[in-house]
Design a binder for this molecule. Structure first.
Ligand SMILES: [Zn+2]
Ligand SMILES: [Zn+2]
Length: 83
C-alpha cells in the first residue's frame, strides 16, 4: 500500500471546503513535526491524535488554501500496486 500523492503519481485533486478554490498539497502530516514546520494550527496533543488516525490504508496530508490562508489535514487513500 502506498500513497499516490507522496509518490508523485498523482497530484492532490481536492478543493477548499470553505471557498471551493484550489488548494496546495503541502505534504504529509508526519513531515510537519519538525521544529521548522510551517503548520502551527495543530496543538501537540491533537497532532498525536491525528497521527494515530493514520493507518495502512490512509495517508494524512496537509493542504493549504492561499485564498483563505488556512491549512487543513486530509486523509488520502493508499493504493496497492496492481500488475
Ligand atoms: Zn501521502
Ligand atoms: Zn479557501
Amino acid at each position: 500500500m502506498f500513497c499516490p500523492v507522496c509518490n508523485g503519481i498523482e497530484d492532490y485533486q481536492g478543493c477548499c471546503i470553505s471557498c471551493g478554490g484550489n488548494v496546495t498539497d503541502c505534504g504529509r502530516l508526519s513531515d510537519y513535526t519538525s521544529p521548522y514546520a510551517p503548520y502551527e494550527q495543530i496543538a501537540e496533543g491533537q497532532l498525536s491524535q491525528l497521527k494515530t488516525m493514520e493507518s495502512e490504508a490512509t495517508c494524512c496530508h496537509i493542504i493549504y488554501c492561499s485564498k483563505c490562508q488556512t491549512s487543513k489535514e486530509v486523509y488520502l487513500s493508499r493504493v496497492s500496486l496492481s500488475g
